[in-house]
Unconditional design. Structure first.
Length: 347
């Protein structure tokens, strides 16, 4: 298979063009066609000579995912199920909220980490997405479906910081002026707590937002809900997050999936408020969205209200994420899961 041209950074493409004996500005023209012009083929790059268009076609692919299902929820959340070139499926979710249109991107097919409440890890891990496949999700929605997207969260299938080479590459191309020119502040990376990945994101030196999927405030419970905690226990992740906040100057977010009788008691609220205060983080509370085959229950309204009140009394900044797209299985990995956890499908 030919390498996809969207896997090349601007500098790498400049070097590749130099090797072909082309002048340096060719990389700028090609980036402009792909990332600003939204072309789907090299033939469409009409200010390049026919010879160069042929050379590009011989050497590179310009691939896009294939849309195989599109579901719209009554709350306007939309879910897209895509098929990749090798037949694996991934999903991404568009969450409109006023003028803001947030795209939730996948970074892996499946996931290694098997969080107890999450659908994505249930079919195991298949493979990392390439940067071109991460960018392909953005370009497909923007160019084929004509959507104006404002915010980008790496919070779909997979763990972005377990695939940091490709996720970082995609972030850099999304951010670069030659690429999509998206401000880093409009991007958020969500992690279950991969400490070396948080350090790497820090070293990228961009003002990308970081969201830590906390879900439990004691190591014992967290190790059950998020098995990765055994490798990177709470205190280590908190330190890495503190460091990230200091270096990037961005406010952190703590994601907390609230599960009835599991992590929704007064001591949990107290611990959560303390960690949020230490990290100067805002809290995003997410009532558990039921996953077929799991025993957990979403919290009752009275328990959510009590939890919110306890956090509020402790001075925490909290938003309650109303579960979006429940009727279209929008929680992470559910739709791909219903088709066999991202398994390759015969064409
Ligand atoms: N691996 C990364 C990103 C993918 S999961 C991470 O762990 O942050 C991102 C988010 O999906 C989690 O924080 C959680 O908010 C949400 N999530 C997963 N399963 C869920 C479920 N069953 N109900 C509600 N939210 C869920």
């Amino acid at each position: 298979m030919l390498p996809d041209i969207k896997d090349f950074s601007f500098k790498e493409l400049e070097a590749a063009m130099a090797e072909l004996g082309e002048p340096g500005f060719r990389a700028g023209q090609i980036f402009a066609w792909i990332y600003q012009g939204g072309v789907r083929s090299f033939e469409a790059c009409t200010d390049l000579s026919m010879t160069l268009r042929m050379k590009l076609k011989e050497r590179y692919a310009l691939g896009f995912p294939e849309l195989i299902r599109r579901l719209q929820s009554s709350d306007l959340t939309e879910k897209f199920l895509f098929k990749l070139a090798d037949g694996h499926s991934i999903e991404c979710v568009l969450i409109p909220s006023g003028a803001r249109k947030t795209l939730c991107l996948s970074t892996q097919v499946g996931c290694k980490f098997g969080c107890a409440f999450c659908a994505s890890g249930r079919g195991g891990f298949k493979r990392n997405l390439k940067a071109s496949e991460i960018l392909g999700q953005v370009l497909f929605l923007r160019d084929r479906l004509n959507m104006s997207l404002t915010n980008f969260v790496f919070m779909g299938m997979g763990e972005p910081l377990d695939n940091f080479e490709n996720t970082g590459r995609a972030i850099l191309i999304m951010n670069s002026p030659e690429g999509l020119g998206i401000a880093a502040r409009r991007m958020t990376v969500s992690t279950a707590g991969v400490v070396p990945g948080i350090e790497w994101l820090r070293d990228l030196g961009l003002q990308v937002n970081l969201s830590f999927s906390l879900h439990a405030v004691r190591d014992e419970l967290r190790s059950k809900l998020v098995p990765l905690n055994r490798k990177y226990p709470l205190e280590r992740v908190i330190k890495a997050c503190q460091d990230y906040g200091r270096t990037s100057g961005r406010r952190l977010t703590l994601e907390y999936v609230l599960i009835q009788n599991v992590n929704d008691g007064p001591a949990d609220a107290d611990g959560l408020a303390r960690i949020a205060a230490r990290l100067k983080a805002k809290i995003n509370l997410i009532p558990y969205s039921p996953v077929c085959g799991l025993d957990f229950e979403p919290p009752s309204k009275s328990r959510v209200d009590r939890f919110l009140k306890l956090l509020d009394e402790r001075g925490a900044r909290v938003t309650l994420r109303q579960s979006k797209g429940l009727d279209i299985q929008a929680a992470c990995g559910q739709l791909a899961g219903s088709r066999g956890a991202g398994a390759a499908e015969s064409k």
